[in-house]
Design a binder for this molecule. Structure first.
Ligand code: FE2
Length: 325
């Protein structure tokens, strides 16, 4: 079975073509970037609309497959930015009708988890999903992916990007400030906010922004990241103790941060848990993970009528009925 998956929750328009052994035959994408300022949903959706056809064609060409050989179309149903989700869903519905293929909407966060599990060969990890809009500590329990801890305001990637933008680094700022982390020498005191198992980043962001221009930039970037990642690591460690899971799987775009990998890796070492990092090509938003999730759910018997393919901007990880494990 071969599935074509469409990702369009935020900045990325991606098309993945994956078979039922999780061989990634194509994983093409275009990402909306700005020199200055954050993502305006309407502009990103416009970008997706302009690029959709080209990305679909290039994925098919790369995979060497024709529409006759595609068995299923899947797409990100949510969570995400409304206008961006609408572009992916509309493309998926149109392609499903034109080529007479079954259609399945999937949860974006759950798709991150399943492809990470498959490629890292792990069955029941505690998942740290750290991206622009999402920051969650997730584990499987009683037919659901339960969220043990999460951000109460912004995602950790948005925190880093917003801070980077204030420093004039453009979007995405993550890779640039990750370098600054290792150049920083002095820790500057910043608010550290963990509420139960949940995280809060807005106070940290405000305090760090107020120090721009008054402190060394590398030191400030180091201190912001060190604080945010320590908060995330603390909650992960507690979830690990609570669930008794033996593996930690890191995924999401912020999972590419060497600073975060280092901190989580050290914590896992102390807890005697195995630390796994999702390969970069499928850790950021991409079509291959949506495609693989389509195969996982379709194979387990999930079907969708056209009326059920409405997008949901607030589609939560723990709303998905997990019928495939
Ligand atoms: Fe994501």
């Amino acid at each position: 079975m071969i599935c074509l998956g469409i990702e369009s929750t935020a900045h990325t328009f991606g098309i993945g073509i994956v078979d039922d052994k999780c061989n990634v035959l194509a994983n093409e994408k275009m990402a909306f970037v700005t020199e200055e300022g954050g993502i305006k949903p309407g502009d990103a959706a416009e970008f997706h609309l302009k690029n959709a056809r080209g990305v679909i064609e290039s994925a098919l060409e790369k995979s060497g497959k024709s529409w006759n050989e595609i068995d299923l179309i899947s797409f990100s149903q949510g969570p995400g930015l409304g206008p961006c989700l609408a572009v992916g869903a509309t493309a998926a519905r149109a392609l499903s009708l034109i080529h007479k293929k079954p259609l399945l909407g999937v949860n974006h966060c759950v798709a991150h988890i399943e492809i990470g599990k498959k490629l890292c060969k792990t069955k029941d990890p505690l998942v740290v999903y750290a991206s622009g809009a999402n920051t969650q500590i997730i584990g499987y329990e009683s037919e659901k992916y339960r969220v043990f801890g999460e951000t109460l305001d912004t995602g950790i990637g948005n925190l880093l990007d917003t801070f980077g933008r204030e420093m004039g680094l453009g979007f995405p700022a993550g890779p640039k400030i990750d370098k600054m982390y290792f150049a920083g020498k002095k820790y500057i005191e910043l608010p550290y906010t963990v509420k139960g198992m949940d995280l809060n980043f807005s106070g940290l962001l405000t305090a760090a922004k107020l120090k721009i221009g008054k402190e060394n930039e590398d030191d400030l970037a180091y201190s912001l990241m060190h604080t945010a990642f320590a908060m995330l690591t603390e909650v992960t460690e507690r979830a690990l103790a609570h669930t008794g899971k033996k593996e930690v799987l890191l995924t999401g775009g912020v999972g590419a941060s060497k600073a975060l990998q280092k901190m989580l890796g050290e914590m896992c070492g102390g807890q005697k848990a195995k630390f796994l990092i999702t390969p970069f090509s499928v850790a950021c938003d991409n079509g291959a993970m949506i495609s693989w999730q389509g195969i996982v759910e379709f194979t387990a018997g999930k079907k969708m009528e056209l009326e059920e393919t409405r997008t949901n901007q607030r589609f939560r990880t723990d709303q998905v009925e997990v019928n495939w494990l």
